[in-house]
Design a binder for this molecule. Structure first.
Ligand code: ADP
Length: 538
C-alpha cells in the first residue's frame, strides 16, 4: 500500500516561501566595506532575490545553468543564494582564496555562464577571467560605477520583476555546487540537490544539533564560498533566525563588535577564527557584551583544548565541536551531550564534549579497517565512512575516479576515526595528503612537485605540522643534490607565484634523506611525528 501524501518537493524555493511569509520581519544585517552596517529583513531580501532571478532569466539563465559568485559574506550574496536556485539554476560559489590558475580551471570545469563579483574582487576576477567562459559579469558595488563591459547589480535588479514565477524545480535537481580539494590534489565538484540542502537544514536546525529558531541571530562567519557557509543561510531561512554578515571584515574585533551590537546568539567557524576572537577577548575583558551568545560551534579542524577552555572558563561562552566535509553539505556531527553524557563526572563529561560528537539526522557513520567494521569501543581506529540524505554520491565531471565511494553505497571520508559505545565520533588522523591551514586546504603534493622542479633539489616532502594559530602549516623537508646549495628563501622564491602566498611552507629543513616506507614511498607520518613541535603547536 502506498501512502496517500502529497508529492511535495523539498526545495529551496519552498524554504524561501516559508521565510517570506512567516519570518519576513527577521533581520538581515551586513557590514559594508566602509564599516557601516546595512540593515534589512528576510522579506526584503527575498523580494530582491525574486527580482534578481527574473533579471538572470532575462539574461538567458535557464534551469541547470551555473551562476558563479566571487563575493564576501553579505546580504547581496544571500540574495544570489536564493535567486539562482529559485529559477532552477545552480549557485556556484568561487573560493576567493584559491590561486587564479585553479579558479580559472574551476570556472571552466563548472561551465559558469555568469559571474557575480564584488567590486573589490574585480582585480582577482581579471586574473582568471580569460580562462573562464563567462557571458556576463555582474558587479556588486557600494555606490561606485560598474566598469564598462560589466553589469551593475543594482541596475540589473531594478530591471527585474518581483512577481515573475518560475516552475518549481524537482527536489533532486541541482541547486548549488562547491569545489573542494578536501580529498586530494585537484579540486573536485560537489553538487547539492535541493532535497539534500533542505534535509541538511532540517538536520542542523534540530535540538541536539544547532537548535535554531526564530529567536536566534546567527553570525555567518564561515565564508559563503566554503560549503555554503555550512548551510547557515538556508537553515536560518528555514527556522526564521536572523542573519548577520561580516562583509569584507572577517577579523576578530569586527566579529565581536557584531556579536555585541546585533545580540548574536549563535555562530560557527574554524578554530583559527575563534583563536583570534579569544585573543581579543583576553586582551579587552568586559568590552563586548556577549550575554546573548548561547553557542559557538568550532569545526572544520580539531578544536584545540586550550581554545575551548579559554572561551568557556575565562569568558563563560558555550562551545560545541563539530566535524564535517564539503561532500556532506557539510555538517556531519556535533559534540552535544545526551542527558546520560551530561550526568558523567566533570572530567569524563569534558572528554566526551571534546570529541567530534554525534551524527545529525539522516546521516550514518561506520568505521572500517582492512578486516571490516571495527568495534565501537572508542579505541579501535579505522577509516570513517558515511552515508545519508545529504552525502555526495559522486563527484561531478566525466573524469572523476569513483574510488571514494564504496560498492555498497558509502562515502569514504579519508579521515581516521573511532566511534565509542555511545556513538560519539573522534577524529584521530587522516589518510589525505593535505594540510589544512586556517580552514582551507593546501596540497602537499603540488608543493612537493614544484620544489622538486628546482635544480638543487633531489627530493622534497611537505607535511602538515600543528600550528598554534592556523591549526596546521606546511613544513618542507628537502634533500639537496650532491654539491648543490640553496637557501630556504631562494627555494621558496623559486616557487612563489605558482601558489597563493599562504600556501608556501613556513620553513624548509635540509635533511640527508627522507624516511621511506617498505615500498619506497615517503614515510610522511615519521616526518610529522619528528617535527610535531616545530611550529610550537603540538
Ligand atoms: P569543512 O572545512 O567545511 O569541514 P572540508 O571539506 O573543507 O569541509 O574539509 C573536511 C575535512 O576537514 C574532513 O574530512 C577532516 O579531515 C577535516 N575536519 C573537519 N572537521 C574536523 C574536526 N572537527 N576535527 C578534525 N578534522 C576535521
Amino acid at each position: 500500500m502506498r501512502g496517500l501524501t502529497m508529492d511535495y518537493q523539498l526545495t529551496l524555493p519552498a524554504i524561501a516561501r516559508r521565510a517570506e511569509s512567516i519570518f519576513g520581519e527577521r533581520p538581515v544585517v551586513s557590514r559594508r566595506a566602509d564599516g557601516a552596517l546595512h540593515r534589512t529583513t528576510w522579506s526584503a531580501t527575498l523580494r530582491r532575490a525574486r527580482r534578481f532571478a527574473s533579471a538572470l532569466h532575462r539574461l538567458g539563465v535557464r534551469p541547470g545553468h551555473r551562476v558563479a559568485t566571487l563575493c564576501w559574506n553579505h546580504e547581496r550574496h544571500l540574495e544570489a543564494y536564493f535567486a539562482v536556485p529559485l529559477l532552477g539554476a545552480v549557485l556556484h560559489t568561487l573560493n576567493l582564496r584559491l590561486h587564479p590558475d585553479e579558479l580559472g580551471w574551476i570556472a571552466r570545469h563548472a561551465e559558469d555562464r555568469v559571474v557575480m563579483v564584488d567590486a573589490s574582487l574585480l582585480p582577482l576576477l581579471e586574473t582568471f577571467r580569460e580562462r573562464a567562459a563567462f557571458r556576463h559579469v555582474i558587479v556588486v558595488t557600494d555606490g561606485g560605477a560598474a566598469p564598462p563591459g560589466t553589469l551593475d547589480y543594482e541596475a540589473l535588479l531594478s530591471s527585474g520583476d518581483e512577481a515573475a514565477e518560475f516552475p518549481e524545480p524537482d527536489e533532486r535537481d541541482a541547486a548549488a555546487m562547491c569545489y573542494t580539494s578536501g580529498t586530494t590534489g585537484r579540486s573536485k565538484a560537489v553538487v547539492y540537490s535541493h532535497r539534500a540542502l533542505v534535509l541538511h537544514s532540517m538536520a542542523t536546525a534540530m535540538p541536539g544539533s544547532f537548535s535554531l529558531g526564530p529567536a536566534d541571530v546567527v553570525l555567518a562567519v564561515i565564508p559563503m564560498f566554503h560549503a555554503n557557509a555550512w548551510g547557515l543561510p538556508f537553515t536560518a531561512a528555514l527556522t526564521g533566525a536572523g542573519l548577520v554578515f561580516p562583509g569584507p571584515h572577517p577579523g576578530p574585533a569586527a566579529l565581536l563588535e557584531l556579536c555585541h551590537t546585533e545580540r548574536v546568539t549563535f555562530s560557527a567557524g574554524v578554530p583559527t577564527v575563534w583563536l583570534g576572537v579569544l585573543e581579543v577577548l583576553d586582551a579587552c575583558p568586559g568590552v563586548y557584551d556577549l550575554s546573548a551568545l548561547r553557542t559557538i560551534v568550532i569545526g572544520g579542524a580539531a578544536a584545540p583544548e586550550a581554545l575551548v577552555r579559554g572561551l568557556e572558563q575565562r569568558h563563560r561562552l558555550h562551545v560545541a565541536t563539530s566535524w564535517g566535509m564539503t561532500e556532506i553539505a557539510p555538517v556531519g556531527t556535533l559534540g552535544t551531550l545526551t542527558p546520560e553524557g551530561a550526568a558523567l563526572p566533570p572530567a569524563e563529561r569534558h572528554a566526551l564534549r571534546m570529541k567530534q560528537g554525534l551524527p545529525g539526522a539522516f546521516l550514518e557513520m561506520r568505521v572500517r579497517n582492512e578486516r571490516g567494521d571495527v568495534p565501537r569501543d572508542g579505541l579501535t581506529p579505522g577509516e570513517l565512512e558515511v552515508r545519508g540524505a545529504y552525502v555526495a554520491s559522486a563527484y561531478y565531471g566525466p573524469d572523476e575516479p569513483g574510488d571514494w565511494f564504496t560498492a555498497d553505497g558509502w562515502f569514504r571520508t579519508g579521515d581516521i576515526a573511532t566511534i565509542d559505545p555511545r556513538g560519539y565520533l573522534e577524529i584521530r588522523d587522516r589518510t589525505k595528503d593535505l594540510i589544512k591551514s586556517g580552514g582551507e586546504w593546501i596540497s602537499s603534493v603540488a608543493l612537493e612537485s614544484a620544489l622538486m622542479g628546482h635544480p638543487a633539489v633531489a627530493e622534497a616532502a611537505v607535511v602538515a605540522v600543528p600550528h598554534p594559530r592556523w591549526t596546521e602549516r606546511p613544513l618542507a623537508a628537502v634533500v639537496l643534490r650532491e654539491g648543490k646549495l640553496v637557501t630556504p628563501e631562494e627555494l621558496l622564491a623559486s616557487i612563489e607565484g605558482r601558489f597563493p602566498r599562504w600556501w608556501l611552507p613556513d620553513d624548509v629543513l635540509f635533511l640527508p634523506e627522507i624516511p621511506r616506507t617498505s615500498t619506497g614511498k615517503f614515510l610522511k607520518s615519521a616526518l610529522r611525528d619528528t617535527y610535531r613541535g616545530h611550529y610550537g603547536g603540538a
